[in-house]
Structures are given as C-alpha cells and as structure tokens.
Write a protein that binds this ligand. Structure first.
Ligand code: COA
Length: 461
C-alpha cells in the first residue's frame, strides 16, 4: 500500500517507540513509500487515532537577559484555532522589550494558560496544542534545544486587544498604529490579507469610504452633561516596572549634582550649516550627537565616570567601551536605549545611530541589545522644557548628565559688550562614593569647552 512520507514518519515514530522490532529502513524512500500491509496493520493495531493526537503543553521558553516573567499583552489565537509552525501565538512584554511568541507545532489550540495582562513565567506552559506530530509533551531538554530557535521577533506593540478581537483583528503594529492615529475601530474593517488579516491598504480604503465621510460631517454641538470618571488602578508593568527597579536602586546612591551653563550659539550655527546636507544623506542632526561625542571625549580623560560599581560598592570596573544610554521618551514610556562604542564613532555616525534608536522608540522595535549594556547616560529633557535638572543615576553606572532647554540670554563677551547667547544648562550627577566633585567638574568643563568650540569635536585631540 502507498502512504505519504509524513504518515510514514509518524508511523515510524510510533513503531520506533513501541514496536522496536520493525525495521525503520522501510520508511527511508522518497515522498511515497510502499510499506507492507503487515507493518501498516501492526501500526494500526498498536495505536488508535486518539493516540496519534497529542496534547502538548507549549512552554514559554527563555527570552534571555535574565527575564523570568513577562506580561501577556495580546493573544493572536483562541481555543479551537488551527495553528501552523511559526504562526504568531501571542505577544508578551518584559521589563526590557516586547516579544512575539510563535508556534513550534502544527495543531489546534486547546488551552490558553493566561488572560491578557496576566504574568506568564518562563518555563511554564503558555498554551496547550493538540498536535498530530506524535511527539510527547515537551521535555525540559527539548525546551533548551529549541529555545534558541524559538522564532521570537523583538517587536513592540503595547496596544491591548480585547480577548474577543482575536484572529479577525490581527494586524501588524504599524497597521494598528495607523488605525489608532485616525481613530479607526478595526472591528469595522474586513481584512483582505491572509486569514482576514487587516492590511494598511484596508485601513486607508476604509478612511476613504463615503460612509466615513458622512459620519465625519460636522454635526451640531450637543451639550452633554459631564460625568465623573471612576478612579482607575492599573498594574505597573513593562518599561515602567524597569523604572521602578532602577530608580529604587538609585535612591541608595549618595549622589551629588554639578551644573553649569554651556553656550551653544556656535553649535547652533554649525548645526544650521550642516543640517540640510545631513538631511540629504538621510540623517537628522540635532544637538545631541555633538553632546554625546563631547561626553565620550570627556570620559576618555575621566574614565571613573564611565565605570560601574558592584552592589556593595567593593569593586569599581572601568569600562573600556563608551556605551552611552540616551533617556528617550517613547510610546511605552521612558526607555534608555544605548549607543554602543561611542569612542569609535564620528558625530555623524552617532547621529545615524540616534536616528535609528528614535525610530525604534516610536515604533517600539527596540531589541534587547539596544536596551542593555549602558556605561554612562545622557538625558535631554530640554526637548520638552525645563532649565535646570537633577538627573538620576542608573546603577550600576556611576554618572549621568542632563540637558535643560536652550534659551537665548544676554551675556558679556570678551570686550564686556552684552551679546545674545544661546545657553543650555548641563547638570551632571555622580555616585559620590566613587566619583569626586573635581572629576565631575573637570569633565563638565571639558564638555563645555568642546561644545562652545565645536571644531574641537572633529580634531580627536
Ligand atoms: N533645548 C531646546 N531645543 C532642543 C533641545 C534643547 N535642549 N534639544 C533638542 N532640541 C530641539 C532639536 O534641535 C530639534 O529641533 P528641530 O526640530 O528644529 O531640529 C527638536 O528639539 C526635537 O529634537 P529631537 O528630534 O527630539 O532630537 P534630539 O536629538 O535633540 O533628542 C531625544 C532626542 C531622544 C533625547 C529626545 O527626543 C527625547 O526623547 N527627550 C526626552 C528625554 C527624557 O525623557 N528624559 C528623561 C527625563 S526623566
């Protein structure tokens, strides 16, 4: 009789485990294989169809970075859904990044172990899948083997989907974002993608639809009585949870803050002069890449600011790489992505990397590596406002600087004439157990000198 290669493999697995006398070589032929009726009947007599379908507990594999638990943000499947290998199962969020978990099996979902926003533990079952693979439930060694392969794309999507909006509403984060920007309810759209997935074109077509225009027609304002909103309690999670941990640790550090005015008039002129040229090369250049380079040059001279200390402050490690974390206001809150090896980068290379990280921050596509390994940090809160700042150290780092907003103020020039000067207040905070005030003051002086004479940044002195 003729059976397919897949069936043969399946029967081989079964027979191999339970009827070791059967010679596996009969299954080695290509695609279609003849096997003897006897063996076939033997296999049928050993296994009933219920044994061919195994209910597998698909465990949450190790995501790395020491992450032990994650919050389930979105299910892409529900009980009864058929899934194939690499189909998206769910999206989970740790305190470092979001991860899309994909299936390792073909089969049917029989159980979701967590509700939205519940905490899932690494190594514990995430979903149960009924599969005809013939495999037994995952063993821990299986877990380890597949862990690396486990198909996890670091993507972000913080939108919460209600459990009822399963497959039909599945769409990629950029489409959800587009819908959100235009306040479009995705449940009103019929997706034209695979399995009814909603594509960007579907949202754009929906926006063009005449019904929507009619809906959008100006209506007579109606007075609605104000209702008092109920209080809301939400769990602290994701990046916010990371912030809780880091800031609480930071409070244990006896720090000091040193501030000074830095004139950015010449830097502003330089930036203005090169801005268009940079844009033509696809790079947006702000003050930040110059400050980042100036800080790195300062760290070369004052390496204690680029050090880390262990939790009991018994050892100081002087870091050779200048991995500068940039405090960033992202869609998911405050994140500190890291520009690695700044000491080897030019201003324009720093700008490119900053641009990339800012896009990742907007789209929520930071990788775990983007968010780890920082040795020093810069926070430009001046983009938002505020003249003076007191930055908070991110342990185990020992120093951080923050920039206030730039203001044009009257100042004296060398001839004691009053001139307009564009000024940013720079504040540096340091761990006073290992950094003394002189080191920080000297570091800020050097940074100030370079920013006020930006040609120095290109001399690699
Ligand atoms: N004062 C005034 N204007 C400033 C400024 C400052 N200190 N810093 C930047 N700007 C200007 C920029 O030049 C730019 O102007 P342009 O549009 O004319 O080119 C504009 O503000 C926007 O800058 P931005 O695109 O944000 O780039 P950036 O490289 O200066 O800053 C980030 C990048 C990531 C630091 C910034 O976007 C950000 O997220 N800041 C928030 C930092 C934060 O949250 N700190 C944590 C506090 S707890």
């Amino acid at each position: 009789m003729s059976v397919t290669h897949k069936s043969c493999r399946l029967i081989a697995t079964i027979l191999n485990k339970n009827c070791r006398s059967v010679n596996k070589s009969v299954f080695n032929r290509n695609r279609h294989v003849d096997i003897s009726k006897e063996i076939y009947l033997q296999s049928r007599s050993i296994y009933t169809s219920t044994l061919l379908f195994k209910n597998i507990s698909f465990k949450l594999s190790d995501i790395g970075e020491g992450i032990r638990e994650v919050a389930v943000k979105e299910w892409f499947v529900k009980v009864g859904d058929k899934v194939s290998q690499f189909d998206n199962i769910c999206e989970v969020q740790s305190d470092k990044a979001s991860v899309t978990i994909t299936s390792r099996y073909d089969g049917v979902i029989t159980k979701l172990h967590y509700a939205i926003d519940e905490t899932a533990l690494v190594g514990k079952p995430l979903v149960d899948i009924e599969t005809d693979s013939g495999d037994d439930t995952e063993s821990s060694s299986d877990d380890e083997k597949v862990e690396k392969k486990t198909e996890e794309k670091i993507v972000k999507s913080v939108q919460q989907t209600s459990p009822s909006s399963y497959k039909k509403d599945i769409c990629i984060p950029s489409v959800r974002r587009l819908a959100k920007e235009h306040s479009v309810d995705l449940s009103l759209i019929n997706g034209s993608g695979k399995d009814g997935r909603i594509l960007k074109e579907d949202v754009l077509n929906f926006l063009k639809s005449p019904e929507l225009k009619a809906d959008a027609a100006p209506s007579v304002p109606v007075h609605t009585p104000k209702t008092v909103q109920a209080d809301r309690t939400v769990p602290v999670k994701g990046f916010q949870k990371a912030m809780v941990k880091t800031m609480t640790e930071s409070l244990k550090i006896p720090d000091f803050v040193y501030s000074d005015e830095v004139a950015v008039t010449k830097l502003a002129q330089l930036r203005q002069a090169v801005k268009e040229e940079c844009l033509k090369s696809g790079v947006k250049i702000s003050y930040m890449p110059f400050f980042i380079k100036a800080a790195s040059n300062g760290l070369l001279k004052y390496p204690v600011l680029n050090a880390s200390v262990d939790s009991n402050c018994e050892n100081i490690t002087y870091k050779s790489s200048h991995n500068i974390g940039i405090a960033m206001d992202t869609k998911v809150g405050l994140a500190v992505p890291v520009i690695k090896n700044v000491q080897d980068l030019s201003v324009i290379e720093i700008a490119k990397e900053l641009n990339r990280l800012m896009i990742s921050g907007k789209e929520g596509t930071f990788s775990a590596s983007d968010l780890t390994g920082g040795t020093f940090a810069i926070s430009n809160i001046g983009v938002i406002g505020g003249t003076y700042t007191k930055p908070v150290i991110l342990p185990p780092q020992v120093a951080i600087i923050a920039l206030g907003t730039s203001r044009v103020l009257p100042r004296f020039d060398a001839d004691m004439k009053v001139i307009p000067e564009e000024i940013i207040c720079v504040s540096g905070a340091a761990d006073h157990r290992v950094v003394d005030g002189v080191s920080m003051a000297s570091f800020i002086n050097l940074l100030k000198k370079q920013i006020e004479n930006p040609y120095l940044l290109f001399l690699n002195l």
